[in-house]
Design a protein around this ligand. Structure first.
Ligand code: FPP
Length: 242
């Protein structure tokens, strides 16, 4: 499907990348092998997003809960992120992709934070697609850090209390780690699991949800375009009657 034949293209598509471990196990390999293959699916989804005219692609790459995985797997995953970002930076920039990382960056190592900063600075003015990697992120963490920011704001400027008490939903959005990014129109989870696993809990309030059986390393361009097609047939009512 191309841009011309689509009835409705989501502005923001978000992916819960799941099934790397099972994909590797099915092939008698170590779990990390699935993560390596998964980088190919990231690349394919970035290319497909540009083809389809999607403006924001976000990926749940590592949750706050994922820190509880075996130390060796966490280490490999972090090393993989560093390598993937360093390897892909030129291509992303050349293709007009703005790169962002959102999450609890204090928990990421110095090497990873350095490459993230370099990639974000270099691609900051690109406008074709914004690629957001959620790293050390969870929805509850985000809501809690937003609440803490509001308390800190009142402590440093007691006059801001009135603004906070008058605040509406859009006002709260500004305190979230995703401030400035439109809420996801479509959240896709691979590997047959039907849950949000503490992902964009606030931002996903009205997202269309799509759960597919495909394991993440097999989720390539064709699957991505199928997901966009699925979205284009949804009737979004936001609680209203049409
Ligand atoms: C879930 O599969 C996948 C992850 C926790 C990691 C995904 C990360 C990548 C593919 C690397 C991305 C790199 C960049 C730069 C974005 P799982 O291990 O939970 O699989 P399982 O459910 O089969 O065990």
């Amino acid at each position: 499907m191309t841009k011309d034949t689509m009835t409705s293209v989501p502005v923001h598509v978000s992916m819960i990348m799941d099934g790397n471990g099972r994909w590797a196990k099915e092939r008698g390999k170590e779990r990390v092998y699935g993560h390596f293959e998964g980088v190919g699916s990231v690349r394919a989804c970035v290319e497909a997003s540009v083809e389809a005219g999607v403006k924001y692609l976000s990926l749940y790459a590592f949750s706050e809960e994922n820190w509880n995985r075996p130390e060796a797997e966490v280490k490999t995953l972090m090393g993989l992120m560093v390598k993937a970002m360093a390897d892909e930076m030129d291509d992303l920039d050349r293709n007009g992709v703005r790169f962002m990382v959102i999450g609890n960056r204090e928990r990421l190592g110095e090497e990873l934070n350095k490459v993230i900063d370099a990639c974000m600075e270099r691609t900051a003015s690109n406008t074709t697609l914004t690629l957001i990697i959620f790293l050390s992120y969870s929805g509850k963490w985000d809501i809690l850090q937003a609440a803490k920011k509001m308390v800190a704001s009142v402590l440093s400027d007691p006059d801001s209390a009135d603004d906070i008490l008058d605040m509406d939903i859009n006002g709260f959005d500004k305190y979230l780690a995703t401030a400035g990014i439109p809420d996801p129109d479509l959240i896709v989870r691979t590997s047959g699991e039907c849950r949000l696993s503490n992902y964009l809990l606030w931002q996903g309030a009205y997202s269309e949800l799509l759960f597919v059986d495909t394991l993440w390393p097999d989720f390539r361009k064709e699957e991505f375009h199928k997901a966009i097609e699925y979205y284009s047939k949804r009737d979004r009512r936001y609680g209203k009657v049409k």
